[in-house]
Each structure stands twice: as structure tokens, then as C-alpha cells.
Design a protein around this ligand. Structure first.
Ligand code: ADP
Ligand code: ZN
Length: 530
């Protein structure tokens, strides 16, 4: 097949059909790859402009572009948009009557459409195959492609069948898969499950410069939340934001806490009646000054650009989910805040949720590693943005971003090299067999029958941090993990182990500095926790 990949006509179409004057980062590279006829896996965050990457090539290639998407509400928006640009488009999903579907199929087979948006359940039905075979499909677009992966957060069985459906077609179309999920495991699963042919894999745009990242560690979440909201209202005036909480109960409780008449406070969770949920969602999307309190059930496919902040009242299960939820702020490119309010209890909550899922051993280990990563995010004293970009393996060179809670706030910094050396030697003496609590207990020199049994009382590091509060010792340990100087090990991350960095600290080749955390907005006494 020959494609027209002349630069001028690409930019003409960009301007005249889509109304954009230039590409965003990464878009052109993805479009080229598709135009060259290569299977393409594009990994870009939500809101970075993935739709254009398949819509523009579709305009320039002959044939139908089929877009598989799990989001019914989004389908309609996209189809309306394309039709308004003179690109004949339709969608097929469970929201339509049989007669409606029949009419669409007829037009499809007549070659009327340029785009078909279809739900994965429909696409993979046996009865749908003749429609696919009888349409001249040039490209099969798989949106939210991470749904093929059991490691992703939104695994869907119907997504698992897409690959087979495509390979069973008489003529195999080009595959372009899109996702905002960037972990290697998920990437591999997508390529394998969709049976993509030597795909070009393009990762782009994970940095969201307009988002200000912040972690607040506290024991008083309610106080912190109120203070944070106050600070944000001072900064932004009337605006909309989302507060995510872990459970339905928390959502109900936080809503009551915040319902003071200054903002429209709405809630959303899976325990509510669908009609009520939808009503709240619409009000939020159309409102100018509204606050949504929600579980992670809220947000998939929400297209509201002027969300000025997200606050996580609890730590989510991994950085992936966090980045996706928090990233709903600032889609208009304007300055916005993403705050995570953390306490140790969040770890307990996440572990309980994991137990409930009855994961098998490998999934458990992986989930646990992911959980450790976000815990480390909560404790790092380094740049939060760099931490995230490192996690997504997007290349970066800068040292600190200058625009996150750890970079800009004038923290009190303390040198804990000596304390770190004590902690590290203790872990070494304990043969890397124990977790933070025992290590801290040993350093503190606690009375504990187990210590006698294990002959720990005789160890030289026993009690060498007697003068410190045990919570302070623990905090040092968590911070060392956050900065990658210690690591969690064991099948559920219950032990601590040393690495190259810890050895450098022992040999006096690396100094350890931690910051006392002071949040950028709304300082309250509760936030003064170490
Ligand atoms: P995603 O699918 O990655 O979440 P969308 O495709 O919905 O993101 O795009 C997000 C927003 O960015 C849309 O409002 C879209 O119109 C806009 N957009 C996409 N590409 C460009 C561009 N090159 N210039 C300006 N705006 C763009
Ligand atoms: Zn930073």
C-alpha cells in the first residue's frame, strides 16, 4: 500500500480539519509510524491528544478505521466531533436499539463511514465478523489497550479476545494501540495479546509541566484536607476539583465534612443509584465551582478540562492509578495542583483490599512491588516529578523540576547520615531478615522476649538509637526507602535489605539529607508531622 505522507498535506489536514496549528509532543512521530503502515503502540498520558494520532492518518488513508473503546460516553462525543468536521462516523454499542444497529450496519456495508467506534464486546462477537470482513478496514485502533492486560487496572475479558478476532479476519488490518499505562509488563501484554507485528513503541508526554505535585504526610487527614482546600481556594478562587477517597464510607464522610455551602459538593461511588451518580457527574462536568468527592470509580472518560486540583484523601494502590486519577487536573494546560494526603493507615487499607482480591502468588508479588513504589513516592525527599517520570521510564535529564512540593517549598533539611549508618548496620547485623518495626525496636533497644530468643540483646547495634523516638527511627527508615537507599524485600515486602547506595552510606561516600515536610498550601499543625 502506498500512503501519502507528504508533510505539507499532513499539516494542512491538521489545520483545516482539526483546527490545530501544530502538533503536540509525540503526535507527529506516532502519526508517521501509522502512515508508514507499521503496527504502532503509543503510550501517552490521558489528555495528551491520542485521538488525533489515529484520526489524522485515517483521513489520509483509504478505508474504514475501526476504533475499539470501552467508554460508551466517549464514543458518542468523538463521533459527534468527527461528524461535525465532515467525517462520516458512527458507533455501535449496547446503548442502541436493534433497529438502530441494523441501520448502521447497512450504511457500514455500503461504505458510508470513515470511522466506526465499537465496544469490545460487540467487536468480538462471532456474528460481527461478517461485518468486519465485508468492510474495507484499513486500521484497527485499540483505545485503552491496557485493558488486555491482567496487570492493568481495568482488565476486560472482551479485550483479551480482540487479538484473535483481528487475526481471524480475511485481511489483516494495521493495528494502532493506545494506552496511558506505561509499565513494561502491560506493554508486553498488549503486543502479545493483540498479536502486533514488530510494532513501533512510542512513549511520550508523561511530564505534565503545569501540574504541581505534592505529598502531605499527616495523622490528621480531615484537618489537612480542610487546610489544603483553603489554600487552593486562595490560589485559584472559584474553581472545580476532585477529592478521591478509598472507600464509599470515606466518600460519604468527607462529603459531609466539606458540605459547607461555599462550593457545590457532589459525590460519586459505586454504591449509589446509577441515576444519582450520573446526575452528579453531569453537574460536576458542567459546573464552574464544584467539588467532586469520589472513589476511583469516578473519572474514566471524564472530559472536563478546567479541573484545578485533585486531592487524594488516601494513597491509591499504585503510582499508575495515582497518575491517571491525579492527571485529570489541568487538562487545559493551566497551572493545577495534585496533592496526596498520606498516612501509614493507607498502607493497611491497601493491604486489606489486596487480601480481599485473593490474588495468586505472582500477582500478589507484583501488586506488592507496585504498592511499595507509591509508598516510596510518599516518602521521597527528592523531586516528585522526577520520581514519577523515572517510574514510567520516560527519559529525563534534569535534577529537580522546581515545581513540586519537594522542589519549591523551603524545607527544613536535616543531615541524617549518622543515623542512616546505624540503621543500615543494624539491618546488616540482622541479616536483612526483618522489617522496619523490628529494626526500629532493636535500634531503640526495646524489651522484647523475641529479642532474647533471637540473641539480639548482645548485638552491638542493639539500643544504639535509644535517644530517639521509635516513630522517628521508623520515619528515617521509610525515608531511606523512599530515596532508594534501602529496599523492601520478601514476598510481601515485609523485610528490609541493603543495596549499593546503602553501602555507599556505610562507607561515608554518600550523605543522607531528609526534609521535614512542610506543605505548600494551608499549613496546619497536623502537617507538622515528620
Ligand atoms: P487522550 O485521548 O490522549 O486522553 P484527547 O485525544 O481526548 O486525549 O485530546 C485531549 C485534548 O487535546 C482534546 O481536547 C484535543 O482537542 C486536544 N488536542 C489534541 N491534539 C492537539 C493539538 N495538536 N493542538 C491542540 N490541542 C490538541
Ligand atoms: Zn520537583
Amino acid at each position: 500500500m502506498v500512503f501519502n505522507i507528504d508533510k505539507k498535506s499532513i499539516s494542512n489536514n491538521l489545520r483545516h480539519i482539526f483546527g490545530f496549528s501544530e502538533f503536540r509532543e509525540g503526535q507527529e512521530e506516532i502519526i508517521r509510524s501509522i502512515m508508514e503502515g507499521r503496527d504502532t503502540l503509543a503510550i501517552m498520558p490521558t489528555g495528551s491528544g491520542k485521538s488525533l494520532c489515529y484520526q489524522l492518518p485515517a483521513v489520509m488513508r483509504t478505508g474504514l478505521t475501526v476504533v475499539v473503546s470501552p467508554l460508551i460516553s466517549l464514543m458518542k462525543d468523538q463521533v459527534d466531533f468527527l461528524n461535525s468536521r465532515g467525517l462520516e462516523s458512527c458507533f455501535m454499542n449496547s446503548s442502541q436499539s436493534w433497529n438502530e444497529s441494523k441501520a448502521i450496519v447497512k450504511d457500514l456495508l455500503n461504505g458510508r463511514y470513515k470511522f466506526l467506534y465499537v465496544a469490545p464486546e460487540r467487536l468480538t462477537m462471532n456474528s460481527f465478523k461478517f461485518i468486519l470482513n465485508d468492510s474495507d478496514i484499513s486500521t484497527m485502533v485499540i483505545d485503552e489497550a491496557h485493558c488486555v492486560s491482567q496487570w492493568g487496572n481495568d482488565f476486560r475479558p472482551s479485550y483479551g479476545r480482540i487479538g484473535k478476532t483481528i487475526t481471524s479476519l480475511v485481511k489483516k488490518p494495521l493495528i494502532a494501540a493506545f494506552t496511558a499505562t506505561a509499565t513494561f509488563q502491560v506493554r508486553e501484554d498488549i503486543v502479545k495479546s493483540l498479536e502486533m507485528n514488530y510494532p513501533s513503541i512510542i512513549v511520550h508526554g508523561f511530564d505534565r509541566p503545569n501540574l504541581f505535585w505534592e505529598v502531605v504526610r499527616t495523622r490528621d487527614k480531615d484537618g489537612t484536607l480542610l487546610a489544603e482546600l483553603n489554600g487552593l481556594r486562595k490560589k485559584y478562587g472559584n474553581c472545580s476539583g476532585i477529592v478521591y477517597a478509598a472507600t464509599r464510607n470515606d466518600v460519604d464522610r468527607v462529603k459531609d465534612l466539606l458540605d459547607n455551602g461555599k462550593m457545590k459538593v457532589l459525590k460519586y461511588h459505586a454504591g449509589m443509584k446509577p441515576t444519582e451518580r450520573e446526575k452528579n457527574q453531569d453537574e460536576f462536568i458542567n459546573g464552574e465551582n464544584s467539588l467532586m468527592i469520589a472513589t476511583n470509580a469516578f473519572g474514566m472518560g471524564i472530559d472536563k478540562k478546567n479541573i484545578r486540583f485533585t486531592i487524594h484523601y488516601n494513597m491509591p494502590k499504585d503510582l499508575e492509578s495515582y497518575y491517571q486519577e491525579a492527571g485529570r487536573a489541568g487538562r487545559d494546560g493551566e497551572e493545577s495542583n495534585c496533592t496526596l494526603i498520606f498516612s501509614r493507615k493507607d498502607i493497611v487499607i491497601q493491604r486489606l483490599l489486596m487480601e480481599k482480591e485473593k490474588l495468586n502468588r505472582t500477582s500478589y508479588t507484583r501488586r506488592n512491588e507496585n504498592l511499595q513504589s507509591i509508598i516510596n513516592y510518599c516518602y521521597t525527599s527528592g523531586c516528585l516529578r522526577n520520581f514519577i517520570l523515572d517510574y514510567f521510564q520516560e527519559f529525563q535529564t534534569h535534577r529537580g523540576c522546581g515545581n513540586c512540593g519537594n522542589c519549591v517549598v523551603d524545607h527544613e533539611v536535616s543531615d541524617i547520615t549518622l543515623e542512616s549508618q546505624m540503621i543500615i548496620s543494624c539491618i546488616y547485623r540482622l541479616r536483612e531478615f526483618f522489617g522496619p518495626k523490628i529494626v526500629a525496636g532493636v535500634l531503640k533497644g526495646n524489651e522484647d522476649v523475641r529479642f532474647r530468643e533471637w540473641k539480639i540483646y548482645d548485638m552491638p547495634t542493639f539500643g544504639i538509637m535509644k535517644g530517639y523516638d521509635e516513630t522517628v527511627i521508623l520515619h528515617f527508615i521509610y525515608s531511606l526507602c523512599g530515596d532508594g537507599i534501602l529496599e523492601y524485600s520478601g514476598k510481601s515486602g515485609e523485610k528490609l535489605r541493603l543495596n549499593l547506595k546503602s553501602k555507599e552510606v556505610l562507607r561515608n561516600e554518600r550523605r543522607v539529607m531528609i526534609r521535614k515536610h512542610i506543605p505548600a498550601h494551608g499549613l496546619s499543625k497536623a502537617d507538622r508531622m515528620l
